[in-house]
Design a protein around this ligand. Structure first.
Ligand SMILES: NC(=O)c1ccc[n+]([C@@H]2O[C@H](COP(=O)([O-])OP(=O)(O)OC[C@H]3O[C@@H](n4cnc5c(N)ncnc54)[C@H](OP(=O)(O)O)[C@@H]3O)[C@@H](O)[C@H]2O)c1
Length: 290
């Protein structure tokens, strides 16, 4: 069995994917804006991910913008039949690199066409509607207008499956009444566990939960407990953080991001790591201390 196969599998839309996937955001330039410093290195990371068995890649056309999707196309097209590329819409980039909401029906349709063109696809497999109501995280408010517009694009055959991102449990509930939701992508990791209840609820419904910033994102996780556990297990703190997420719930799909082949290999090897009940309860203390 390959290393990554040990992460297990979960259904995402029409496919079964390995639970350890890859998030492509880090492949664009600094602050996810413009081209990468080393284009060949970015291509190498994507090819290494797929060669290692990754069949779930997370992206967006607003990474770059356009850059990350163009890299994915150059590195991986024609795509393997089992590869699921999940993208997200609902934002655009200002000329200064800022992240701006882009929610009108016209903007959402434009974003779907941008993703199709830059990825070189005729249909997008899974599209997350990324909500930006709050500055620091999810904020309440109806998502009916935006989701209805995305469901219309699904009806037109441009999108196979719909997910939600940066949403509250109330928005997930509202969304499930409007369209079939196959995944939810929110910030969650060992130190940020606001979604514990939501994850369990989605697991009962067979809906995937994909944490973004699984390693802490722009502020990588730092915790003496995490480092101590890693040292004892002969692993790295990032591997322990990923192994903990795999243990946390069977519907969690991982998309750790990296621009480095070395880090990619390290992250995928987390599938091999087994955490005892005692270690898991020790790691539960990280969020309490955060
Ligand atoms: N829905 C949303 O709103 C949203 C928001 C943010 C991200 N996302 C998605 O979620 C994915 C994951 O999030 P993320 O990439 O922002 O954050 P992340 O996976 O938590 O962490 C990525 C950071 O950790 C570093 N890193 C990765 N592996 C490492 C390792 N083994 N050792 C040390 N450092 C390591 C990376 O630097 P190096 O490049 O140097 O390895 C990068 O700085 C993104 O790629 C994107 O697809 C979605």
């Amino acid at each position: 069995m390959s290393t990554i196969q040990k992460s297990g599998t979960f259904t995402l839309g029409s496919h079964t994917v390995k639970r350890l996937g890859y998030g492509a955001m880090q492949l664009a330039g600094p602050h996810v804006f413009g081209p990468p410093k080393d284009r060949d290195a970015a291509i190498a990371v994507l090819r290494e991910a797929v060669a290692s068995g990754v069949n779930h890649i997370d992206t967006s056309d607003y990474y770059g913008p356009h850059v990350t999707n163009q890299l994915i196309r150059e590195a991986l097209a024609p795509y393997a039949d089992d590869l699921v590329i999940v993208t997200k819409i609902g934002a655009r980039r200002g000329s200064d690199g800022s992240w701006l909401p882009a929610y009108s029906a016209k903007e959402l349709e434009q974003a779907v066409h941008d993703n199709l063109r830059n990825l070189g696809l005729e249909v997008l497999d899974v599209v997350n509607l990324r909500i930006m109501f709050g500055v620091m995280g999810p904020a309440e408010g109806s998502i009916e207008a935006q989701l209805t517009a995305l469901a219309e694009l699904q009806r037109k055959g441009l999108v196979r499956h719909i997910g939600l991102s940066n949403v509250t449990p109330a928005q997930v509930k509202e969304g499930r009444g409007i369209a079939e939701i196959v995944c939810v992508q929110n910030m969650y990791n060992l130190a940020h566990r606001h979604d514990d209840g939501l994850i369990d609820e989605l697991a009962r419904a067979g809906i995937a939960y994909t944490p973004f910033f699984p390693l802490g994102g722009f502020s990588p996780l730092q915790s003496s407990t995490l480092s101590d556990v890693a040292t004892r297990l002969g692993a790295t703190p990032m591997q322990v953080a990923l192994a903990w997420l795999l243990e946390r719930s069977p519907n969690i799909l991982l998309i750790p991001g990296t621009s480095s082949v070395g880090h990619l290999r390290e992250n995928l090897a987390a599938a091999e790591l087994e955490l005892s009940v005692d270690v898991l309860s020790e790691l539960d203390g990280v969020a309490k201390a955060a």
